[in-house]
Ligand binder design. Structure first.
Ligand code: NAD
Ligand code: UD1
Length: 307
């Protein structure tokens, strides 16, 4: 069994991946600055887990964490698009410099395989009304999207120049257990489900007719495991979505059914740089990966709501 590094491993997606790696018998290092992640997301008493509290923007810390690993899942980033709009300089340190540090540390230490968490945000509004395939023109509307796209380009440079083996996934909207609802920057499903359960008013930015392609975290982890562990991976970036568009209004209706009603809704202006419609064409992913069985939105919501 091998040892893998998961940057951002104390966060939502990262900690779910850590659980899967440990369950498969591997050893895992986690590098996380706990800006969003939590120690309580990790089984710290597992002797096969080594937690390093540190910042991916710190090249020395990253080099130490990478040395001797069989592969890296690079998930550390400020995941909020809105946070990058509000504070581009600081989010760039995590979202771009962190990625460059991972590439450089891997080159130094001869580690090749890296799974990279890119994002549907790089397409901007170019997918309006259609399923977005990977050839769709890129139109990053925010610092978050620009940093993710730049990270893809750097990984490709390190692949061509230094033999890195990047498995690049463009996640659409991931949801599920451990997505932290406590910040206004948090993922919409985590906020809406928590507020519905607590009977607190819900803010909808815009008219609620914007759509997202929601993907359950357990299904994503099955793909990330293949990206880390397969003999070979395709270097072309792959969309991760189910090609199903759900509007926020439809999402709220689902949550209302499961919770037996909804708290009051307030409509606020749409967020700057917010994408209107986002739906993946996942043909390329299906061609290269064993697709997990889909956890439907309602089932995922049930699990989140503890029903
Ligand atoms: P998250 O905030 O729960 O996880 C990110 C983790 O990275 C957190 O634990 C945080 O503390 C850590 N982190 C942030 N900056 C860091 C730094 N400078 N150094 C070390 N650790 C740092 O968010 P998530 O939803 O689990 O996102 C994981 C990755 O997936 C991110 O790269 C995000 O951009 C990407 N992504 C997420 C989604 C989604 O829908 N959740 C979609 C597309 C891409
Ligand atoms: C999300 C991810 C981002 C990822 C992208 C890929 C988070 C926090 N963001 O961004 O990392 O790269 O998907 O597609 O996980 N909204 C409300 N009310 C709220 C919160 C949000 O109306 O209280 C709206 C937003 O304005 C937006 C939609 O819900 O229209 C989704 O927002 P959010 O969950 O933040 O996700 P994205 O911006 O799509």
């Amino acid at each position: 069994m091998a040892e893998f590094l998961v940057t951002g491993g104390a966060g939502f997606i990262g900690s779910n991946l850590v659980d899967a790696l440990l369950a498969a018998g591997h050893r895992v290092r986690v590098l996380d600055n706990l800006s969003m992640g939590k120690r309580s997301n990790l089984p710290l008493d597992n002797p096969r887990l080594h937690f390093i509290e540190g910042d991916v923007a710190d090249a020395e810390v990253v080099a130490q964490a990478v040395a001797g690993c069989a592969g890296v899942a690079h998930l550390a980033a400020v995941a909020s698009v809105q946070a990058s709009v509000d504070d581009p300089v600081s989010t760039h340190q995590s979202n771009f410099i962190g990625t460059l540090n991972v590439c450089e540390a891997m080159r130094q230490h001869g580690v090749r395989r890296v799974v990279y968490a890119s994002s549907a945000a790089i397409y901007g509004n170019n997918g309006e009304g259609v399923a977005i395939d990977e050839a769709t023109a890129k139109a990053p509307l925010t610092p978050y999207a620009s940093d993710k796209l730049a990270g893809e380009h750097y990984l490709d440079f390190y692949r061509r120049q230094h033999g890195l083996e990047p498995a690049v996934f463009r996640f659409f909207n991931i949801f599920g257990p451990r997505q932290d609802p406590s910040s206004p920057y948090s993922g919409v499903i985590s906020i809406f489900t928590q507020r519905a359960q607590q009977g607190l008013p819900i803010s909808v930015f815009g008219d609620g007719e914007q759509t997202r392609d929601f993907f359950y975290v357990g299904d994503l982890v099955a793909l990330l495991m293949q990206g880390l562990l397969s003999e070979q991976v395709v270097s072309d970036p792959l969309n991760v979505g189910w090609s199903q568009a759900v509007s926020l209004n439809q999402l709220l209706a689902e949550i209302g059914v499961l919770c037996g009603g909804l708290p009051p809704l307030t409509h606020l202006p749409a967020r700057a740089g917010d994408i209107r419609h986002s739906r993946a064409d996942n043909t390329r992913l299906q061609a290269h990966y064993r697709m997990p069985q889909q956890t439907p939105l309602r089932e995922g919501l049930r699990q989140l709501l503890g029903l």
